[in-house]
Design a protein around this ligand. Structure first.
Ligand SMILES: [Zn+2]
Length: 121
């Protein structure tokens, strides 16, 4: 595989990982382990798809870009933790994103959406 193809594939994988919140998840796990055990650890993900036959791969978070995304994710947590605490305590209402489990479970159809506006992921 050419270097450009490999870099493109890695960039695409980073975008996918970021989009799915894996950086946020790994940043939180790493920080909780650090606070609980005083250990700086490196996150890894061993992933298996739900396809038949399943795909599988191993992902590290060691590149400079990965480290930057992990840092950004932890900053996001710090920025929003007061609001999350308010949500847990019932002092605030959640803001709907339209995509998460909560939004799907509580969705109410109030109008038709034009078929041309259907979002494809
Ligand atoms: Zn949502």
């Amino acid at each position: 595989m050419e270097i450009n193809q490999l870099q493109k594939q890695q960039t695409q994988r980073s975008i996918t990982f970021k989009a799915y919140g894996y950086y946020l998840q790994m940043a939180i796990y790493t920080e909780l382990i650090k606070q609980t055990f005083g250990v700086e650890c490196q996150p890894f993900i061993f992933a298996v798809s739900k396809q038949t036959p399943c795909d599988h791969d191993a992902f590290s978070f060691n590149s400079e870009q990965d480290q930057e995304y992990l840092k950004e994710a932890l900053e996001d947590v710090k920025e929003h933790q007061d609001h999350i605490a308010d949500l847990i305590a019932g002092r605030a209402e959640p803001e709907r994103c339209g995509h998460c489990e909560y939004c799907r479970a509580t969705k109410q159809i109030t109008a038709f959406t034009s078929a041309a506006d259907i979002e494809v992921e």
